[in-house]
Ligand binder design. Structure first.
Ligand code: PRP
Ligand code: URA
Ligand code: MG
Length: 203
């Protein structure tokens, strides 16, 4: 996504001098802007509405049910921004951390809404690096028989995009920036560092 507002806010996140308060706020704002784009294909239906002047047909969102699923921890930073636009969305959680040595995702929590199978799901995680966490998160959700899954990342590395496209070609990826590469520790270059640590101030 190349909207100027998104690019501007992304630059604030990348700056190592941006503190935890601003970082958190801007992650949330970016999620709201990305949500606008990622929901562009929501189906509409016509309803009859009486304005003060006359009655006419207008469009409303068809009874499509949505759920968002943040990948803990960093994905939590995007939840409020999405709920600003879709306050009735249900929220599932997947806890994953990336083992610093193997870079493999380790699951530690999973809780989904009961009717998740009937919902379209948007997975939230600011960072798509090797793609191991996203691929695992998508598979967990597919195990609940969810048919329509989207992945929303603020920054993606080419390696992560390739991995998700390979493992889950049916899942569309929405990202605000496609960065250059991963470094030897699996961090996105130029990236923004560790998103979870910057959102929660743990480093
Ligand atoms: O694409 P990958 O190589 O799997 O890396 C991306 C994952 O790494 C980060 O989480 P992290 O493990 O730092 O956990 P945290 O959110 O608790 O900090 C990030 O939020 C993604 O979930
Ligand atoms: O650059 C990266 C890679 C994985 N996780 C992050 O938070 N940042
Ligand atoms: Mg982290």
């Amino acid at each position: 996504m190349d909207h100027p507002l998104l690019q501007h806010k992304l630059s604030i996140l990348r700056d190592e001098n941006t503190g935890v308060k601003d970082f958190r706020e801007v992650v949330s704002e970016i999620a709201t802007l990305m949500c606008y784009e990622a929901t562009r294909d929501l189906p509409l239906e016509e309803v009859e509405i009486k304005t003060p002047i006359t009655t006419a047909k207008f469009k409303t969102i068809a009874g499509k049910k949505l759920a968002i699923v943040p990948v803990l921890r960093a994905g939590l930073g995007m939840v409020d921004g999405i709920l600003t636009l879709i306050p009735s969305a249900k929220v599932g959680h997947i806890g994953l951390y990336r083992d610093p040595d193997t870079l493999e995702p380790v699951e530690y929590y999973c809780k989904m809404p009961n009717d998740i199978a009937e919902r379209e799901v948007i997975i939230l995680d600011p960072m798509l690096a090797t793609g191991g966490s996203a691929s695992a998160a998508i598979q967990f959700i597919k195990n609940y028989e969810v048919k329509n899954i989207k992945l929303m990342n603020i920054i993606a590395a080419p390696e992560g995009i390739q991995r998700v496209h390979h493992d889950h070609p049916d899942v569309d990826i929405y990202c605000a920036a496609l960065d250059e590469k991963l470094n030897d520790h699996g961090y996105i270059v130029p990236g923004l560092g560790d998103a979870g640590d910057r959102i929660f101030g743990t480093k």
